[in-house]
Design a protein around this ligand. Structure first.
Ligand SMILES: Cc1cc2nc3c(=O)[nH]c(=O)nc-3n(C[C@H](O)[C@H](O)[C@H](O)COP(=O)(O)OP(=O)(O)OC[C@H]3O[C@@H](n4cnc5c(N)ncnc54)[C@H](O)[C@@H]3O)c2cc1C
Ligand code: FES
Length: 228
């Protein structure tokens, strides 16, 4: 049972640079962090549309998001400084199933964003031991973010993360579409967190419609985490 989403104005507590990414920590208010792999819609002041973001970490009383500033929406969020506020709505969508026997976290680039929270949640179920993780990045600068994921093996292109996945583990993966397609081919039982452009986050706009099993489905409702 996942908690109902809540819309709340939260305040930026810290804005930290990790490689090319921004770790934005905010107050939590009454917002429930939900299940790892669920997402939140973040709206910077003055922006018309919010942007979907995974929850990266849940410091006590805070929410933390790891953000790649690739366009105007993410850049406006990354520019927010301590004391400034933004609106969050969530948790939304379906997160990872954590009732797996031998988890392996697989992340690529900014796709590692939900994995620190996922690792913490899995460690809690396993007497405090974090699961193994394999992470792939396009450069050493991007790979600085791997420090957020405990027990991780890291590779940098031209080595792809799929080269580090041993057989027989329960894969929970998030990353760019080509990486997820390769993981799906290699690990048919995996759980994959997909992305699509999202305008509302709760099923109203159909902006996130993708073809699943030959039918158009809204990724914000059916996903973002889907069984391979
Ligand atoms: C469920 C979910 C969770 C996400 N979590 C994170 C996260 O934790 N950290 C993070 O940095 N980003 C995350 N993203 C991606 C992030 O939402 C987009 O990068 C952001 O919306 C881009 O907005 P923009 O205004 O900065 O750039 P835009 O100008 O909107 O886009 C820049 C470029 O990226 C493309 N693009 C935009 N959004 C997406 C998308 N969702 N999928 C594929 N291509 C896209 C556009 O076509 C364009 O080419 C997540 C997306 C989803 C759906
Ligand atoms: S984002 Fe609006 S329907 Fe999915």
């Amino acid at each position: 049972m996942t908690p109902p989403p809540r819309r709340e104005r939260v305040t930026v507590v810290a804005n930290e640079q990790i490689g090319p990414y921004t770790l934005l920590r905010t107050t939590r208010g009454e917002v429930d962090p939900g299940v790892p792999g669920q997402f939140f819609m973040l709206e910077a002041p003055g922006r018309i549309l919010p942007r979907p973001m995974s929850l990266c970490l849940v410091p006590t009383g805070e929410l933390a998001f790891l953000i790649d500033p690739i366009g105007p929406g993410t850049q406006a969020i990354c520019a927010l400084q301590p004391g400034e506020s933004l609106q969050v709505l969530g948790p939304l969508g379906n997160g990872f199933r954590l009732d797996v026997e031998q988890p392996l976290l697989v992340g690529g680039g900014i796709g590692i964003a939900p994995l620190p929270f996922t690792s913490q949640a899995l460690a809690r179920r396993n007497g405090g031991t974090p699961p193994p993780a394999v992470l792939g990045f396009r450069s050493a600068h991007h790979a600085e973010a791997a420090a957020l994921v405990p027990n991780a093996e890291v590779c940098i292109e031209p080595t792809y993360v799929t080269a580090l996945i041993p057989a027989g583990l329960d894969v929970l993966a998030c990353g760019p579409e080509p990486m997820l397609e390769a993981v799906r081919a290699q690990c048919p039982g995996s759980q994959l967190a997909w992305e699509a452009p999202m305008a509302c986050g709760y099923g109203a706009c159909y902006g996130c419609a993708v073809e699943i099993d030959g039918e158009l489905k809204r990724l914000c409702i059916e996903g973002p985490v889907l069984a391979a």
